[in-house]
Design a protein around this ligand. Sequence first.
Ligand SMILES: *Cc1c(COP(=O)(O)O)cnc(C)c1O
Ligand SMILES: [Zn+2]
Length: 396
Amino acid sequence: MDSERATCVSCGRAYPAGRQRCGCGEPLWLETDASEYDWPSDDTTGMWRFADLLPVDPPTGLGAGVGGTPLVRTERLDAYAGCRLSVKDETRNPTGSFKDRGSAVGVAAVAERGDQWVGTVSHGNMGMSVAAHAASVGLDCLVFVPEDIPAERHSLIAQYDPELVTVRGSYGRLYEATVDSPLPVEFVNSDSPLRVAGQKTVAFEILEGFAPDAPDAIALPVSSGGNASAVWKALREARTAGLIDDIPRLYLVQAAACDPVATAYRGGADSVTPVEAGDTIAYSIANADPPSGTRALAAVRDTDGAVVSVTDDEIRDAMSVLSSRAGLCVEAASATALAGVRALSASGEVRPDERVVLVATGTGFKEGTGRATDVVSSSIDVDSFESAVRDRIEGS
Ligand SMILES: *Cc1c(COP(=O)(O)O)cnc(C)c1O
Ligand SMILES: [Zn+2]
């Protein structure tokens, strides 16, 4: 489907597709007519199962294999989460995060137009993702990273051979400079309309997994608000199409050290304003001035959800519970969602019989930072192998 218009959910204005920002200052998204939409009857797998709701045709290259990630019922986490929990395992995408869904659409759009340059402003998953997708179809890619990026992350992006540029100065200003820029580069940043379109598919996969029912709530970590906007847009489209009757509540979770959206929510504000941020292990969601924060707040209010923030200790705890009780290795940013659900259950907002889906946004395999350090191990001589096994079985 070709979206011809980009619209502003805040003031209702419409523009030709291609524009990223409304005159009112809010981000735009691509209009989708979902009124006649129904669940696909074919057996296409992955995100392109929902191609009729996307602004580009299914691509070649890495993008062809994105999505279709497991939706796992994680009974072993129910007691901790305080509800009936499922995990949508986005770590299983080609570069280990949901960002691949947006990158796939952004890169496909550039390739479809016959253009050559794609770019992004990112210090982590998005830089890797856009660079990998561009590499796989032979597009040129520009990635701007902040000066203080850790060496491991720098090399994770660099392996895909983009033009990698380190930037001094305000990262927020850099982001603004890429929005609706006259440069011949498609910047597929965290809340660009093409990225938001692609990231809608995670919600369609969740809903189809529960159809004809729907989960009671979906929980995800929020930074720029781009992904929260994408999930909200998908839920609205699903409701328009008649695929769901009741819209699941959207719960957004932030790290307490950097929680502008939660601060606005708690204060009853209608828009998100920048906060003074401290350090957090959840660096992937540490945006103190989120460009789609206000839209994320609207998503929460529209779906009767909430925004909560959690401490780094709670995040660390949730991260080790995800690995030790569900076998899931996620990065700290993703574990915030579980810490958030636990807090929402403790406060009575989420009930024990409710079905909640947690979006595990990114893999923990990329780094060792913030992991539990109290590793339990013991050592034996090979001669005592059999007795060592027996000791442990009997001792357990
Ligand atoms: C980008 C990212 C987020 C936040 O998504 P936004 O769209 O910026 O709100 C959360 N978790 C991980 C792992 C990410 O890479
Ligand atoms: Zn507007």
